[in-house]
Design a protein around this ligand. Structure first.
Ligand SMILES: [Zn+2]
Length: 538
């Protein structure tokens, strides 16, 4: 028996004992069982609802049964993780049944390690930290899947965005800006209307006012607009606004563009599954000769970005998503697909990326490379994507004038480095457990006056910091110094300055660095210089 078979037989033994117990005790009827990497889940139907509270005693009972019956399983290596209600066949029109998740390992140590990771993940949960650090919230009154950014979250976003713009300009990109909605005709031409309709919202009628609509008046002129799920068609229309010579190519046009995609309410989660999000998008329009080099440049840019934010580039896994030849959900011909898939694979191999092929994962207009980064506790997150498109240039009849004076079709690359700001910020919060590097921290320095007589000096000091573009916060709460210092540690602010008589007389600062018990004395100018010099990766 190989290892997989061994694990499956352990799963089977546990699920048999569990199911028998549930049916004898609760009259439960078996519906389905599905195995996954760390165990399995069991779906069943019973009159009596089992709650989270019952799990512990059920677990004890089945462990004693396994012991009694002398089944050779380490009873310390599995655990009933949780119970929830699920709809049959995942359809909310069907009946709701119950699902128990069971985690199973071969040794007790593996289960302990798994529990440790779960606890670590809970501590790092960006939804929890987002609240505690006052970065963002999602408001039922506004709508699910639509995050609201508080001042500290918005400044974090702005710092990232400023860095993003600067690096894009250095890498030969230009900026463009486009609206949030566009005419239905545009989306018909792009193919989104037919190929992407499961991720889009229905049209908005723009030929009449809301009031006319409320009064059920006839539409004056029927014109329908759609919320954009992607930015590409807008960038294409900018390209088509005038003729282009081969001498202008490649064109690299970037935009932090907010897009809207349909997600089921039940699948929304924090910043990582939302309905409206801002892509750090760009489209590269180039000649066939330039395409390989442009793809490679994007790969380098992606790796540079990950490194800058403190991720290990050696552990990045890349998924090469190609079409499923049997499926009809792709636009364009086989020739184009074969060609673009081959070049993308060559680029990935040349750049020595760690690639896995994902058949059927391509976008409707072309194949892509998806980059997954590993965070501090080893979880994978998908962020960057690089897509090779030969379809939209065709659909929009994009052309440039080549060196022979003839019209020729360009290629188009779609790419996002963070994926979206929302998702990337969520990943950063979890990766750093909220203790962001000082260059990213919404508040870099906290100033605490010891007594009231020190406030004026602190206010002046704070103004000086602000003038130097250092993000500073003054704590005038009047609580004890000890309490205020503890609060700073909860807020995960990198530097604290406590200012009393001694500091004012000596004109020196006593700096407490985050995570360190030591206090270091520095000149004000040196400290400002240190913070202003903070850059990426520090
Ligand atoms: Zn695009």
């Amino acid at each position: 028996m190989d290892n997989n078979q061994k694990i499956e037989s352990i799963y089977k033994s546990i699920s048999l004992v569990l199911m028998k117990f549930l049916s004898e005790t609760y009259g439960a009827l078996f519906i389905a069982q599905s195995n996954n990497k760390n165990g399995f889940y069991l779906d069943f139907d019973s009159e009596e609802r089992i709650s989270e509270k019952d799990l512990e005693s059920i677990e004890e009972k089945i462990k004693s049964i396994i012991k009694e019956k002398d089944i050779s399983i380490d009873i310390n290596a599995f655990k009933l993780l949780n119970i929830s209600g699920v709809y049959l066949e995942d359809n909310d029109k069907n009946k709701m049944v119950q699902r128990i998740y069971v985690v199973v390992f071969q040794t007790e140590n593996e289960l302990m390690e798994y529990n440790r990771l779960i606890q670590e993940a809970e501590k790092r949960d960006h939804r929890k930290l987002g609240r505690e650090l006052d970065l963002f919230h999602i408001d039922d009154v506004v709508g699910s899947g639509l995050p609201l950014w508080h001042p500290k979250g918005a400044i974090l976003w702005r710092v990232i965005e400023d860095f993003w713009y600067k690096e894009h300009l250095k890498n030969g990109y230009q900026l463009v800006r486009t609206p949030h909605i566009g005419n239905k005709k545009l989306w018909e031409t792009s193919g989104h209307w037919g190929f992407y309709n499961e991720s889009m919202y229905p049209p908005i009628e723009v030929g009449q006012t809301l009031k006319e609509n409320q009064n059920k008046e006839k539409t004056k002129e029927s014109e329908q607009f759609l919320l954009k799920p992607m930015n590409c068609p807008f960038h294409i229309q900018i390209f088509k606004n005038r003729p282009h010579s081969y001498r202008e190519l490649p064109l690299r046009w970037a935009e932090c563009g907010t897009v809207y995609r349909y997600e089921k309410k039940g699948e929304l989660s924090g910043l990582t599954r939302v309905r409206g999000f801002t892509q750090d998008d760009a489209h590269i329009i180039c000649t066939p000769d330039q395409v390989e080099n442009e793809l490679k440049k994007v790969v380098d840019f992606i790796l540079f970005i990950y490194k800058s934010f403190g991720f290990e580039i050696e552990s990045i896994n890349v998924y090469l998503s190609v079409r499923d030849k049997e499926s009809k959900k792709y636009a364009g011909n086989d020739e184009g697909w074969d060609f673009t898939e081959k070049i993308l694979e060559k680029v990935a191999l040349d750049k020595k990326l760690n690639i896995t092929k994902d058949v059927g994962g391509a976008v409707f207009y072309g194949p892509k490379l998806d980059f997954k980064i590993k965070d501090a506790i080893g979880r994978e997150w998908q962020c960057s994507t690089l897509q090779f498109d030969f379809n939209l240039p065709e659909r929009f009849d994009m052309t440039f004038i080549n060196d022979k004076g003839q019209e020729e079709r360009p290629y188009m690359l779609h790419r996002a480095l963070f994926g979206s700001f929302e998702r990337f910020i969520g990943v950063l919060i979890e990766h750093y457990a909220g203790a962001l590097p000082a260059w990213l921290s919404p508040v870099q320095v906290k100033i605490i006056p010891v007594a009231e007589r020190h406030i004026e000096y602190c206010q002046k000091l704070s103004d000086e910091f602000i003038q130097e573009e250092i993000r500073v916060e003054l704590d005038l709460s009047g609580e004890t110094v000890g309490n205020r210092i503890r609060k700073v540690s909860q807020e995960k602010i990198p530097y604290v300055l406590v200012i009393g008589d001694k500091e004012i007389e000596s004109n020196k600062l006593n700096v407490r660095d985050r995570g360190s018990l030591n206090i270091r004395e520095v000149n004000k100018e040196d400290f400002m210089f240190e913070i202003k010099g903070l850059s990426v990766g520090k």
